[in-house]
Structures are given as C-alpha cells and as structure tokens.
Design a protein around this ligand. Structure first.
Ligand code: ADP
Length: 262
C-alpha cells in the first residue's frame, strides 16, 4: 500500500541519516587515535614538548563523541511523557541560572513573563530540556553576542481565530524563545524540525534538538513553530495546552520573581 511505501522510504532515510552519524563518530575516533599515536611517538622518543596539546586534542574529540552518543541514546529511548500541571513562569525562573551559564556573558537574557499566565499540562522535565536546547541553539546563532528573550503569554484560540491549523481551538500558553542571531534561510527553517537535520560542523550538531522539541510539543497536544530571518534572528514558539483543572499563578508573582519581566 501507499502507507507501507511511505514507511519504507522513511526507514531508508533514517538508515542514511544514521550512517551519517556513524561517519561523524568515526571521524572523532580517528582524531583520538591520531592524537594518541603522536603522543606515543613523542614519549617513545623521550620528548615531552607538545604532549599536553595531544592529550587535549584527544580529550576534546572524546568528549564530543560522548556528547554525540548521549544525545543519540536520549533520542532512541525517549522518556515517556509524564504530564503535570506546570507553572511555566516558575519553571523558567528556576532555570534562569543554568540558562545564563549556558549562553555565557556576551548574551543578555531577558525574561518577559506574563503576570497572569495559565498553568499548562505538560512534562516539566521535557520542557526544561527543550528550553536548554533552545538556549544552546540561540548561543550558537549569536557568536558575537546578542539578546535571548524568553516570553510567555496566554493564547485563546477559538474556531474563528484559529489560524494555526495544527492546533484545535482551545486555551494554550505560548513560550516564545527569540534570539538576535544569524537567523535561518527559508530552506533551513523548512527542515529544521527534521530529525538529524543540522548545518553545524561534525561533532557539534546532531540535528536532534529541534526535532525532539517538536515531538514534545505535538505529544503534549500542542505545537511548535519557527519564525526566522537571515541576519535578524529567530523565534521558536511552543504552544502548550492550558491545564484546565489547575490554579492560575497568583497575579504578578512571576513579575516579582524576575528583574527582567516587562
Ligand atoms: P543542531 O543544533 O544539533 O544542529 P537542531 O535540531 O537543534 O540541531 O537544529 C537544526 C538546525 O536548525 C541547526 O543546525 C541550525 O541550522 C538551525 N537552527 C536551529 N536553531 C537556530 C537558531 N536559533 N538560529 C539559527 N539557526 C538555527
């Protein structure tokens, strides 16, 4: 059938992509073996100059390889989602220090928390890892520094205003992560949610970050969108469903907990 054909084409694509990852991994191993080889030659000759450099190079490659496998494993055994009522403003505030350390000192972090944000129903651990991944992407997009803004808002979609066909009418919260970085071309933006799609150098990108974020949003009955302009920056929006049974965050509490609230 047509469905079976599509499935087999998909499997073929996954096979090719996995081959690409294996290729990256192999390159990293080659780097490690090469450095160790040089190191051994030096030591055999009783010379110690540059020894630290070879050790360093081997370590760097090994760490990249480890990061690659960790991300692949995390992707392979994606945790089951355990949704709960979440106060997203609170979650962002609790991540603030880690986010700042992730983006470094050349990037300014702004948090624009809606004071009366609804609670949402989603897996808080997955939301945290989504935000960290978005911060890493934003950092990579702003090598010369810039501003990373995380904004939250309530979104009410009725059947008339629902211009996002992927979302059914209802109440959502929106978490918007915006950078002032290099931006994406239309071609890159169109593929950025695909698993294994990356424009980053070998060992630095797996192309899994945005696809995991998209999967998380869809599985949470929400949605994720990209809005990007080359040379101007990128906004990734996560729409997550309102937690109907939940208690709204006390008015203004989020604004008080961060000095960056607008
Ligand atoms: P990775 O970061 O490992 O490449 P992602 O799935 O997170 O994987 O991103 C896929 C691609 O989308 C990136 O390689 C990059 O080209 C593009 N991209 C993602 N986030 C941004 C951003 N904030 N600014 C510009 N390009 C981005």
């Amino acid at each position: 059938t047509e469905e079976a054909l599509r499935q087999s084409q998909k499997m073929e694509a996954v096979g090719q992509l996995t081959g690409g990852i294996a290729h990256d991994f192999n390159n990293l191993l080659t780097g490690i073996v090469g450095s160790l080889d040089l190191l051994q030659t030096r030591l055999d000759q009783g010379r110690t100059e540059n020894v630290a450099r070879y050790i360093d190079a081997a370590m760097t490659s090994a760490n990249r390889a480890a990061a690659l496998t960790h991300r692949l494993l995390a992707f392979a055994r994606r945790q089951p989602l355990i949704p709960k009522g979440v106060d997203v403003n609170q979650l962002i505030v609790s991540l603030e220090d880690l986010l700042r350390r992730t983006i470094g000192e050349t990037i300014d972090l702004q948090i624009a928390a809606a004071a009366d944000l609804w609670w949402t129903l989603c897996d808080p651990n997955q939301l945290e890892s989504a935000l960290l991944n978005l911060a890493i992407n934003a950092r990579d997009a702003m090598p010369e520094g810039g501003t990373l803004t995380i904004a939250t808002s309530n979104v009410r979609l009725d059947s008339v205003t629902a211009d996002t066909p992927a979302l059914s009418p209802g109440d959502y919260i929106c978490v918007e992560v915006t950078d002032t970085g290099v931006g994406m071309s239309a071609e890159v933006a169109a593929r950025a949610f695909d698993p294994f799609f990356t424009t980053k150098p070998i060992g630095q990108g797996t192309g899994l970050g945005l696809s995991m974020i998209y999967g998380f949003a869809r599985q949470s009955n929400g949605h994720a969108t990209i809005d990007s302009r080359v040379g101007q920056g990128t906004s990734i929006r996560l729409y997550l469903p309102r937690h109907q049974g939940g208690v709204a965050a006390p008015l203004g509490s989020a604004a008080r907990t961060t000095e960056h609230a607008f």
